[in-house]
Unconditional design. Structure first.
Length: 64
């Protein structure tokens, strides 16, 4: 892919720091409060599952 093709791609701006920040802000404006709460709940569930997995691995390592 050439540089010209890259800049002609409609989503290339989202790959920069400023573009990603702008994209996040735009998504925030487009989602409802309920959707944001659901996203936060899913993120919390994932974080708890990851923590439990790490604790399980640490326990298994200590037993060996």
């Amino acid at each position: 892919m050439t540089k010209k093709e890259l800049y002609e791609h409609p989503g290339w701006q989202w790959c920069t720091f400023e573009g990603a920040e702008l994209h996040t802000l735009l998504l925030g404006l487009q989602t409802t409060f309920r959707e944001k709460i659901e996203w936060l709940e899913e993120a919390e569930t994932l974080a708890l599952q990851l923590r439990a997995g790490r604790e399980k691995q640490n326990t298994a390592k200590l037993k060996h």
